[in-house]
Design a protein around this ligand. Structure first.
Ligand SMILES: Cc1ncc(COP(=O)(O)O)c(C=O)c1O
Length: 416
């Protein structure tokens, strides 16, 4: 079964926020890249945890044991979402940024003067600055992979030129949270590992749009954030068992030394981790509906769900970009050639010849259309494109958006 309008309606019905109104307008949420809305079952999972299973980790009494069952199920669900075979290789934390700061500190204990790391000018700063600061403390050198400004993709020859046997770590985004470009992660990972470097992938922007597969991609670490894929505010990090066991984390003395506990700093946000489990099951259920098979395993269901979502979003973004390109004052940044849309996600950044991004975001909000403006922390990119300090306007589509919402946006932009 394809991802039909009927299925979109059924999905939308599950999200209380999507029935919001702004004055006379139905609200349109195009702010997904900054955080998606959540289905009712996520809200219920969080309150159910707090009402019935609220306890600290590792006790021998009923509520603590129940709480640990929820946490274990969440580790398994997150492993399924990321294509990992071992639930203990997945750990939770406050958000991707905090997890990346902690991991970068830990890895940098093994870096020294003369070592190099590689970051990119396409990434969110959470996949740049933690590595830059860790390298600075270790005396290692930082190399930046440039972008091709014409289509906002990573310049692969620049990457190859900067990679060497001195490279200790390469930090790459799966896709840009600003212009949607998808990076050839598996190829870049292979090249980096041939030089002995570790690869850290930032899948925060990618996760709600397409299937993540840590094993097929071969990366060493991968981070994402549940609030970008219909869950609550929790960060998720996956790493290869051998690395998570051999690298020394900054941890408290009585904290566990085994996986995943040795990387989970302090008491976790258990209620929201229960919500992460519900968000992943929401996605898996889309796959079961698409396959018309309630018994589909979660990994197989997630395969189908993400493929269906990707195809639906590709149709939406194709229409969006085609319509935007017809508005004379608007420039669309990134890949605009529809024959290359398998290289991008449905996240579109624009600028306007006469209006600032902030003015556009305010004008759209008056019509109930929510978009982000500025640099969305992809600061290297806006600096490279000469778009600071105003940045761009970001229209972030997700599977709960509709062709009618895209039409409303285009009409509002035409009448600016
Ligand atoms: C691509 C990307 N990476 C990292 C982050 C930071 O994630 P978090 O808010 O979980 O720290 C974001 C947040 O917008 C993002 O879009």
């Amino acid at each position: 079964m394809p991802f039909t309008e009927e299925l979109v309606v059924a999905c939308r019905r599950q999200f209380p926020a999507l029935s919001r109104r702004v004055g006379e307008h139905a609200a349109v949420y195009f702010d997904g890249p900054a955080g998606t809305q959540v289905p009712q079952r996520v809200i219920e999972a969080i309150s159910d945890y707090l009402a019935h299973h609220n306890a600290n980790h590792g006790g021998v009494f009923h509520s603590s044991r129940e709480s640990d069952v929820v946490l274990d199920r969440a580790h398994q669900a997150a492993a399924d979402l990321l294509g990992a075979s071992d639930p203990d290789e997945v750990y939770f934390g406050a958000n991707m940024t905090s997890l990346t700061f902690a991991l970068s500190r830990a890895l940098a204990q093994n870096w020294k003067q003369g070592d190099e790391i590689i970051v990119t000018r396409l990434d969110h700063d959470a996949n740049v600055t933690p590595w830059v600061l860790a390298a600075k403390d270790a005396g290692a050198e930082v190399k930046y992979v440039d972008i091709d400004p014409a289509d906002c993709t990573l310049n692969q020859s620049d990457f190859r030129a900067k990679l060497s046997d001195r490279t200790k770590l390469v930090a790459i985004g799966c896709a840009s949270n600003s212009v949607g470009s998808i990076n050839p992660l598996a190829e870049m990972t292979k090249l980096a590992q041939e030089q002995g470097a570790l690869v850290f992938a930032d899948a925060v922007h990618y996760a709600p749009h397409a299937r993540i597969d840590v094993q097929a991609w071969g990366v060493d670490f991968l981070a994402c954030s549940a609030y970008k894929f219909f869950g609550p505010h929790v960060g998720i990090l996956w790493g290869k068992r051998s690395l998570l066991e051999s690298v020394t984390p900054y941890k408290l003395r009585p904290a566990p030394n085994n996986l995943p506990g040795r990387w989970m700093t302090g008491t976790q946000n258990h209620e929201c981790i229960a919500g992460v489990l519900a968000a992943i099951d929401y996605l898996a259920d889309i796959g079961r509906i698409l396959a018309n098979d309630d018994s589909l395993s979660r990994p197989a269901a997630l395969d189908g769900a993400m493929q269906g979502i990707r195809e639906y979003e590709q149709e939406l973004v194709t229409e969006l970009v085609a319509q935007l390109e017809q508005i004379a004052d608007i420039k669309v940044w990134g890949i605009t050639d529809a024959s290359r849309f398998d290289e991008r996600l449905p996240t579109v950044s624009i600028t306007h010849a006469r209006r600032t991004p902030e003015e556009i975001a305010i004008a759209l909000d008056e019509q109930g259309i929510f978009v982000w403006h500025g640099n969305y922390y992809a600061l290297q990119l806006t600096e490279t494109l000469g778009l600071e300090p105003d940045g761009m306007v970001r229209i972030g589509l997700t599977h709960y958006n509709t062709p009618e919402e895209v039409k409303r946006l285009i009409s509002a932009l035409r009448h600016l």
